[in-house]
Design a protein around this ligand. Structure first.
Ligand code: F6R
Length: 614
């Protein structure tokens, strides 16, 4: 994931910026660059690979100056090359490429309509393949002596996400930063100011920070920091005092990345849906599909290939594609897909789902599907990853860096993006605008509902203490909650090493019921959907055989009390959206179990974050 650092003050900017880049290395990146403004000139150095490579390239160069911006890039538009690395110049470099820029910009995020903006620019001389250079040129073209005005004039034209920092050679002590979706923090020193994607780079210098919110623009100069919105209204910001050390800061104060990432979900969910709703038409706008209306109508079947948690997200999407779009949908483990002569052709749309974008089984499945003529699209988190590049089209889930091995926030965002795809096809095929609008409205209510579940973390911890003594646990669910049960079991086994099995409630009687006794507890996802009554019967069956039961139920549901030893209540939502909520208590349950059992939650034994071997 890209990282931004900026400095305005009295010190030499270069060492501050380089250390800042190192502090952001944990986010992952493939190239780095730096620009310093000095005596009306911007000097820039960029290099592919590690920050060390950039440092080597800087040897022998003098980049003096006390204002600068720097960036670690994780490729999105365009390959991993020096030319595509940031900072980008807004003016064409006709002379010495490292010093000719009048305006320099670093950008995190994705500008979805960059092609459209690119066509409208006067200067058609591009030195990179990036969306970010287009934004740099747009701001440069709008510049009439006031950098803040130029930024504010340009940003409303952008569709997508950004955390952006800009400097102009004629504004010697100024960085202008703005945020929509990609985080930015301003650090307040003594007549010096810091800017970064998170607080880690500024911790050695200041503990006082202000977080930019979406739609805000910060004017950071030696005279101070002024924050306003795109309507030019001044925004009064609170200053937060950070008491964390570097590692705690990377974890945003949580004891582990996994817990941080579970709690990130309401925030990153907003990133997954931002700009992707057409409320009036009751549909989604996911430009990444890259298909004409006719091509969309020609899709006869959807196939989803993925592994592990990503496959569970796919299994949920199957219900949505079938229900909303009447499209047959098959979900396969990518490792099986490739070796079983899959029947796919030109009318099949294959979605490859992957957090890392590097899972080799999924990559090979994509190649097989392409070879057979299918249309392949990616639903990927890591921008610029191999799967994102090989699919060439698709949608980023915008979950942000997921560092814990166990996948959590990527799961909810995968489900969200796939639901939006299902809705888009649904509206073309059979779903009414009213149903579409209801679904979009229900999605808007999800973050608040997620918060109300996260608030129960301590209570879930108490419940986990009761279950920590068992050797094995069964998870059951039906309909869209069947994959939720699979995901709950996977989370538990991978981080607590307790044997867990997820299954459909309907499957119990066909064998697994033989296992059930007072020594084998059952966790049931029993929210009030169309299979509620059937699920209640399944829970009654296990209860009758002495099993301890933990039930995930809807708030206000008193009927489940007789069936449950423990209950975790979740808010009600539309049935297709239930997994977005019902999975969260299971993530927290697995997390607390693992902590209680003394396991390393972020790095479970035998597992890797990205599986790049078959
Ligand atoms: C589970 C988990 C794995 C991954 C699987 C696919 O918590 O992390 O099951 O979901 O290895 O990985 P990606 O999504 O990177 O393709």
């Amino acid at each position: 994931m890209c990282g931004i650092v900026g400095y305005v003050g009295k010190k030499e900017a270069l060492p501050v910026l380089l250390q800042g880049l190192r502090d952001l290395e944990y986010r992952g990146y493939d190239s780095a660059g730096i620009a310093v403004l000095n005596q009306g000139k911007i000097f820039r150095v960029r290099e592919v690979g590690k920050v060390d490579n950039l440092v080597n390239k800087l040897k022998g160069k003098t980049l003096e100056g006390s204002v600068g911006i720097a960036h670690t890039r994780w490729a999105t538009h365009g390959g991993v090359t020096e030319k595509n690395a940031h900072p980008h110049f807004g003016s064409s470099s006709l002379g010495e490429p490292e010093v000719e820029g009048k305006l320099a910009l670093v950008h995190n995020g994705i500008i979805e309509n960059y092609r459209e903006i690119k066509k409208q620019l006067k200067d058609q001389n591009f030195s990179s393949e990036t969306d970010s250079e287009v934004l740099a040129k747009l701001i440069y073209e709008n510049y009439e002596g006031d950098l803040v005005k130029a930024v504010k004039k340009s940003l409303p034209r952008v569709r997508g996400t950004y955390g952006v920092a800009v400097m102009h050679q004629d504004n010697p002590n100024l960085i202008v930063a703005a945020r929509l979706g990609s985080p930015l923090v301003v650090g307040m020193g003594q007549n010096e100011y810091y800017l970064a994607s998170d607080v880690t780079p500024m911790l050695p210098y200041t503990k006082r920070v202000s977080y930019l919110d979406d739609g805000e623009v910060a004017e950071i100069s030696t005279a101070g920091v002024k924050i306003s919105n795109l309507k030019d209204e001044v925004v009064k910001k609170d200053i937060t005092r950070i008491e964390w050390d570097k590692e705690q800061a990377q974890k945003n104060g949580f004891p582990s990345f996994m817990l941080k990432e579970i709690f990130d979900q309401p925030i990153v969910f907003e990133d997954a849906i931002r700009g992707r709703f057409n409320m009036q038409e009751g549909t989604a706008i996911l430009g990444g599909l890259n298909m004409t209306e006719e091509e969309k109508r020609d899709v006869k079947r959807v196939v989803i290939v993925a592994e592990g948690t990503a496959r569970h997200a796919g299994l949920i999407a199957k219900y949505a594609f079938e229900r909303l779009a009447n499209l047959p949908c098959e979900v396969d483990s990518s490792s099986e897909f490739r070796y079983r002569d899959p029947v796919v052709n030109e009318s099949t749309l294959v979605f490859a789902i992957s957090q890392s974008g590097e899972t080799v089984d999924t990559l090979l499945a994509i190649r097989e599907a392409k070879r057979k003529g299918a249309k392949v699209r990616g639903v990927v988190n890591v921008v610029g990853s191999t799967i994102a590049r090989e699919t060439g089209a698709g949608t980023y889930i915008h979950a942000g860096p997921e560092l814990s091995v166990a996948s959590t926030k990527a799961f909810t965002n995968m489900v969200t993006v796939l639901l939006l795809y299902a809705l888009e096809f649904g509206r073309i095929k059979q779903t009414s605008p009213a149903t579409g609008q209801r679904l979009l409205q229900a999605l808007l209510e999800i973050p608040e509902k997620m918060h109300s579940i996260l608030k129960q973390s301590e209570q879930i911890k108490e419940i986990a203490k009761v279950y920590a003594k068992y050797q094995s646990i069964i998870f059951i669910g039906r309909g869209v909650n069947f994959p939720v049960a699979l995901e709950g079991a996977l989370k538990l086994k991978e981080i607590s090493y307790i044997h867990a099995e997820g299954m459909s409630g309907g499957e119990l009687k066909h064998g697994p019921l033989a296992l059930v006794s007072k020594d084998l507890p059952v966790i049931a996802v029993l929210t009030q959907d169309q299979l509620y009554e059937k699920m209640k019967s399944s829970v009654a069956e296990v209860k009758a055989r002495g099993a301890r039961t933990l039930i995930i139920a809807n708030e206000g549901d008193e009927e489940v009390r007789d069936l449950a030893d423990e209950i975790i209540y979740v808010p009600k939502t539309m049935e297709l959206l239930e997994p977005l909520l019902n999975t969260i208590p299971l993530q927290l349950f697995a997390y607390h179990m693992a902590v209680i059992l003394g396991k390393d939650v972020d790095r479970p034994r035998n597992l890797a974050k990205s599986v790049t071997v078959e």
